[in-house]
Design a protein around this ligand. Sequence first.
Ligand SMILES: NC(=O)c1ccc[n+]([C@@H]2O[C@H](COP(=O)([O-])OP(=O)(O)OC[C@H]3O[C@@H](n4cnc5c(N)ncnc54)[C@H](O)[C@@H]3O)[C@@H](O)[C@H]2O)c1
Length: 415
Amino acid sequence: MKPVDAVLIGAGVRGMNTFGKFALTRPESLNYVAVVEPDKEKRDMFGEHHDIPESKRFVNCDKLFSKKPMADAVVIATPDRCHYENTLCALDAGYKNVLLEKPIATSVSHCIEIVERAKQANARLMIMHEMRYTPLFASIKLLIDSGAVGDVKKINQTEQVGNWHFPHSYVRGNWGNKATSGPVALTKCCHDFDIFHWLVGKPCKTVKSWSKELYFREANAPGQVPSKCTDGCSHSKTCPYFAPRIYTQAKASPKLKAHVHPSQDHEMILKVLPESPYGLCVYKCDNDVPDYQETDLEFEDGLKVHFVMEQENPNCTRKIEVVGTKGRITGSLDAGELFVYGDGKKRRVELSGDPAEHWGRRSASHPRFCLCHTRRDHQSQNISRGSPAFSSYRLRSRRSKAHVEESRHGSVHRA
Ligand SMILES: NC(=O)c1ccc[n+]([C@@H]2O[C@H](COP(=O)([O-])OP(=O)(O)OC[C@H]3O[C@@H](n4cnc5c(N)ncnc54)[C@H](O)[C@@H]3O)[C@@H](O)[C@H]2O)c1
């Protein structure tokens, strides 16, 4: 089957390392024919990786959208505040398949307008809510829909952002300041709210949310500290956030390094850190998003969700408990563990996937995008509604050997 031809807008960390990497490892599915990226180094790097000629490496969207659509699809991986304009321009230019990074936009009215305009243009719009396609959450959805725990009464979920990820992204990085990105409940927790809505399948009636004082404040610094780690900080040996060390240590995530410099090269990182936001002292940034937030949601029929976002824990994971009238489900994303309790028994559900890849999370939704595109006549593949798309997905219980299988059309059968 011919791969989907796509244009990438925004060759940053997601564009280069997630969407770009997918096409390099699955050339039969996805092929980039053009890129838009204002930063020359990133633009050329992406262009070279994907053999894109100079004439199709654009500095801004105006040049791309002034021409006829040059691909089947557009992938938008620009900063949150650009999503609205980029998406509307792509639809106006006649692109019929748009894969847009979360969050859809940074205001409710913009989100609604994007969805409406996609419908009017008869275009397919998929939002990168990849959690739905992880084996953990996809399995929980199938278990709930199959009635494994009866009627769901309550969901408790904790998102542990990770005490290394939070200071990188939500203190020093792109999502630390509401005015330049959005509230953390949107920029980080939109994945969780999407999951709740999807699992519950009912309208939400009330939302209450509260947050704690910010930890990353000058008052919590270990003493006198300069604004930049590289300006001779006397706490460099003991501070867990000392930038030159954390961005050059072997165990640091490649994506963290890529935010500092696309090459991820340690010499380059040390060279750019003094002028980079990632070289700032974590206690002296312009961050204003909370590092702890609790939210209570009440859905129709009294179903309740309690959600906590926290950063203190070193693990970057999500833990969920679903309480039903006949039993309970518990799951952990990083551990790849899923248990179902009922009839006095506990059974483990085997999940497929690679723990290093968050049990399939990183790549799962890209094949779906390509699949939907290539089967564009099938009503059941309407991606703007976000229906589950695995053509066959099995949950095997070690004890009973029972399995639940989702059909091509999204219904659930028991065997
Ligand atoms: N689905 C997920 O789990 C997930 C994870 C991380 C980030 N994201 C989302 O992905 C998006 C990108 O995040 P990132 O980490 O790659 O950020 P990034 O800053 O690394 O990349 C953004 C890129 O867009 C470029 N850019 C800025 N304005 C542009 C414009 N008008 N046209 C074209 N390019 C432009 C920047 O130069 C930069 O290279 C954000 O919306 C973010 O919320 C989603």
